[in-house]
Design a protein around this ligand. Sequence first.
Ligand code: DOR
Length: 454
Amino acid sequence: MRKLKLVNGTVFYHGRFQNLDLTIDKGRIVRLDPSSLSGSSVSPISPVSNENNEIVMDCSHLHIFPGFVDLHVHFREPGFSYKETIETGSRAAAHGGYTVCCTMPNLKPVPDTLENLEVQRAIIRDKAVVHVLPYGAITCGEKGAKLANFEELAPYVVAFTDDGVGVADEGRMREAMVKAKALAKAIVAHAEEIALVNGGVIHDGTYAVRHHHKGNPSASEWKQVERDIALAEETGARYHICHISTKESVALLREAQKKGLPVTGETGPHYLTMTDEDLREDGRFRMNPPIRSGADREALREALIDGTLLAVATDHAPHSAEEKARGLDKSLNGIVGLETAFPVLYTQLVLTGILSLEQLVEAMSTRPMASFRLPEVKEAKASLGIPYGIDVNEPADLGIWDLNAAYTIDPETFLSMGHATPFAGWTVRGVCLNTLVGGESAYEDPAWKERYCD
Ligand code: DOR
């Protein structure tokens, strides 16, 4: 493998964008130098081998980000490979500039023992093109009764979660937090009190009333967040809230952090960019929790800006075309998100001046990575509290982006098997040209490939 030199790129380095030349050798970043080729003689349309036999790519006008980290994806294998496989999911991730994905355990078998987890790990070893890090279940079969085998799973999982359902029983959640704390792992909660959902399919707001749908009230989420934060305070457990959709959950999270509790949260691109007034009678607008009101969207944006929210996570949840073709009332919950997250957020939040590009990149990469101390990728540095990112000696896990290119989102271009997205037809800016994992291309834009390959 020849050395690769990315010259003249705008590189996210130590929290800010700088014009740097980046040299990659044997999968790692070995040099970072101030750009040497301004007014370059390097042709942008062909790679050049220099005197050191390095492949040189001119990245003028391109941005180089650390690989994105998604704390919340559903890759559906083992058990539901008709919706997505680890291979297709991880290829979709690479297409979206992601190099790390944490997979949810609503699988068959559910990873509640090491034996069950091993089924998933074997497929990951064989098929994943980005780092795929599984969660373990909190309860056996995600049924909410008996706890999963935490001790056995702990060394191999990111954290514990029953994502897809809330843990209804307070005593069980307390027990889970005590165990997770002893094992230095987080509890990652899908906060949903099913009794309060009361059969609601979308947010209990304007659209539901106008179009006669059963509404899911915000309390179905924040009541369980409130309960869990009290349990986290009591047990001292590290607690993370999945896909936050309500302003009340945001307020509870902010309050907990003010008290110094080790509590974090994530939200998704759809909650940050849409309100229930944008819904349409189509399954691609159906997910759980639902998209809520304008006031909720505002609170989520504020929380992302002030750092109350740790991360943006997609909740990439593919289903078959048939499962999403049953309208808003009857389609399964879940939309895909890996291939649209950055362009949608860049266009809607950064280009409009709501969020800085630095803040967005941090919420999509360095912050979740450092906070979860994700194993296998960054153990040594993370344990010292040094944020992951682009640096000398780091693995070359990064995305090369053209932020000027504009296009209309067309699900037919997705590498995911799932095509249901509320963002279809949106015009966005930002094309991922190349995603490197350990210095190797996990995704290459076809046009880029034509231009740069020997
Ligand atoms: O919309 C959702 N889809 N929310 C969840 O919590 C689960 C997910 C899925 O697995 O499809």
